[in-house]
Every structure is written in structure tokens, then in C-alpha cells.
Design a protein. Structure first.
Ligand code: DOR
Ligand code: ZN
Length: 347
């Protein structure tokens, strides 16, 4: 069989993205909107999106250049004192599609996150009852735990208990990076799923130190050993409906990345679908890309599939070293590389 030269996919969605706000939002929203029909928008702004003020944030996203036809799905940032009634009302009003659990201080702008999941048990009980998904940044923050073990430790210390205590709650283990997370999700009931980023399909932790310190390969959860990358690849390309596309595209201005204390986050939005296509093809699973990118996510969330299609063609795409943005630059994932599939647009 000859390799295909053109791919037609149902238009994909991004089930995890950081669109930021202000000038940065204006620059980055279009990169997501040109590929994805919908996106689950992360709420870790300053201040975090904890109230129905999210409706105004949603309007700012829709007003950004290139956002025509794009549907942002908003998430509520859970805090220790989140009110179950307010969460349910926000969901019923269509303002919040899901709620995000950041363990306090786990990552960028998570200082207001949850200090102990027991504090939000009443909220989780409500979410379970109304069918509202819980999106989980699955890392413990205990400084005594090695950074590379924080995801695995979260399973034992927190996630296993959530699955036991809330057997019907829809939970998404976001941006999985370990074999343990992939196995945990696979073994759990149909209420537990996971998102997978492009970077965790392509890089292992060596990328952080290739010839010197590489801040643009740094994100959280941090990339792990090669065996974990391979396990995450196998899960994503397995055909299991539990794994779906979530880029975790997280832009930071170049000077915030190339710094004595560089921010965590990889800006992968500009070539996201091309990046996933490369990984799936390398795994001999290009025929499973559509389910991962365009079907498994909406089915898990209980939303309709998109009724539009996009095309990719086999053509070399040169990823620029940097992209101008809001008076500074962003370094995209795969900067300086050539990717084998090109996103053409609507099919
Ligand atoms: O690398 C990351 N960047 N991981 C996160 O969890 C947050 C994100 C950000 O907002 O920059
Ligand atoms: Zn994220």
C-alpha cells in the first residue's frame, strides 16, 4: 500500500488550551481557531476564572482576530471555597462546560488552587450528579517528591481516592506523561479519560538538556523518560476512546522562557495538528488520528461531533524559529524543524 498524500479529517477540537488574555490572546487565539472548532479554555488567568465573569472572558476570545466560527468552552478554576451551588448554576447556564482542579502551586498561576481535595468533596458530589466533567492537573506539589515522580504519586495519593469516592464523576487526567497514568486511565471505568499533548508524544526529558539548558522544552508536567513517552504514544494511538487531543498550548513571551527562572509552557498551537499527524504516522496509526482528534473528546464530554472536515496534505512544513507576538516573540514547538504534513484548511 502506498502512503497517503492527503488526509481528510472531521474538524478536530482542542480539549485543553491556554489562550491567555489581553494582547497575547489577540495573537494566539487565531492559531487555535484556524484548526479547531472548539476548545476547552483553561482558567489560570490573573486573577483566575472562578466566577461567571468567565462570560466576559469568553466574549474577549470571540472578539480576537481569527476567532470567527470558533467555540470556546469555558472552565471554572476550583478553589478550596468553591460553592457547589454556584458551580451547578454556572454549568446549567452554559457558562462553564467543566471545572479545573489545580493542586495549589502545581503550575503557572495555580496559587489559588485546591490545597486538599477533601475541601471540594461537596463540589465534586454536585458535579457527579449533574454530569459536569472535572479536569485534573495530576501532580502532587509536595516538595519532598521528586519532580519527575509527581504525576505517578498523584495517582496513589489523590486520583485513586477520587475514583473510589466518585465512581460516576467524569474525570479527565490532563496532559498525561507517564506509563502509570496511561495504565491507570486504561484500567479505570468509562468515566475516566485523558488528554495527550503533542510535546509528550515527541520529546522525552533529554530534550531539556540537549547540548545545554533548553527552556522551550520545559512544560508541566515535565517530559519524562523515553519509556514513558513510548507508553503515552501507545495509549494515544491505541484506538481506545479514553484518549483524546488536548494541546496544552501555553504561550509565554520569549524573555519569560529564556530567563534565570523560566516559565513552564510550550506554545504548540501553530502546528498542533501537523505535530499529532507526524506522531500518529510514525506509530503506523494515521487511520486512528481522526478518532483521537475529533471523536473521542466530544463523545466523552457528551457533545455533538463537528460536521465539518479539514484536509492535510503531505508537504514539508518549515516551522519558524520564532513568531512575533504582542511586542515580543514566541518560540513555537518544533521551531526550526520540518514537519511532513501540512494543514490545508477546510476540506
Ligand atoms: O507547562 C504548563 N504551562 N503547564 C501548566 O500546567 C500550565 C501552563 C501555563 O499556563 O503556562
Ligand atoms: Zn494546561
Amino acid at each position: 500500500m502506498t502512503a497517503p498524500t492527503r488526509l481528510i479529517l472531521r474538524r478536530p477540537d482542542d480539549w485543553h488550551v491556554h489562550l491567555r488574555d489581553g494582547d497575547m490572546l489577540e495573537v494566539v487565539a487565531g492559531y487555535s481557531a484556524r484548526q479547531f472548532a472548539r476548545a476547552i479554555v483553561m482558567p489560570n488567568l490573573v486573577p483566575p476564572v472562578t466566577t461567571p465573569a468567565a462570560a466576559a472572558y469568553r466574549e474577549r476570545i470571540l472578539a480576537a482576530p481569527g476567532s470567527a466560527g470558533f467555540t470556546p468552552l469555558m472552565t471554572l478554576y476550583l478553589t478550596d471555597d468553591a460553592d457547589p451551588r454556584a458551580v451547578a448554576e454556572g454549568h446549567a447556564a452554559g457558562i462553564f462546560t467543566a471545572a479545573k482542579l489545580y493542586p495549589a502551586n502545581a503550575t503557572t498561576n495555580s496559587a489559588h488552587g485546591v490545597t486538599d481535595v477533601r475541601n471540594i468533596h461537596p463540589v465534586l458530589a454536585t458535579m457527579q450528579r449533574i454530569g459536569m466533567p472535572l479536569l485534573i492537573h495530576g501532580e502532587v506539589t509536595d516538595p519532598a517528591v521528586d519532580v519527575f515522580d509527581r504525576e505517578k504519586m498523584f495517582i496513589d495519593r489523590v486520583f485513586a481516592g477520587l475514583v473510589r469516592d466518585f465512581p460516576e464523576l467524569k474525570m479527565v487526567f490532563e496532559h498525561i506523561t507517564t506509563a502509570e497514568a496511561a495504565e491507570f486511565v486504561m484500567a479505570a471505568g468509562p468515566n475516566v479519560a485523558a488528554t495527550v499533548t503533542p510535546q509528550h508524544l515527541h520529546i522525552n526529558r533529554n530534550a531539556l538538556f540537549a547540548g545545554g539548558l533548553r527552556p522551550h522544552a520545559y512544560c508541566l508536567p515535565v517530559a519524562k523518560r523515553e519509556e514513558h513517552r513510548l507508553a503515552v504514544r501507545r495509549a494515544a494511538t491505541s484506538g481506545s476512546p479514553k484518549f483524546f487531543l488536548g494541546t496544552d498550548s501555553a504561550p509565554h513571551a520569549i524573555e519569560r522562557k529564556e530567563s534565570g527562572c523560566g516559565c513552564a509552557g510550550i506554545f504548540n498551537a501553530p502546528f498542533a495538528i501537523e505535530s499529532y499527524a507526524k506522531a500518529f504516522e510514525e506509530e503506523g496509526a494515521i487511520d486512528r488520528l481522526e478518532a483521537f482528534a475529533s471523536e473521542n473528546g466530544p463523545r466523552f464530554y457528551g457533545l455533538p461531533l463537528n460536521e465539518e472536515w479539514i484536509a492535510l496534505e503531505r508537504a514539508a512544513v518549515d516551522v519558524p524559529e520564532r513568531i512575533e507576538a504582542a511586542g515580543t516573540h514566541l518560540v513555537p514547538f518544533h521551531a526550526g524543524e520540518t514537519l511532513p504534513w501540512r494543514y490545508v484548511g477546510a476540506a
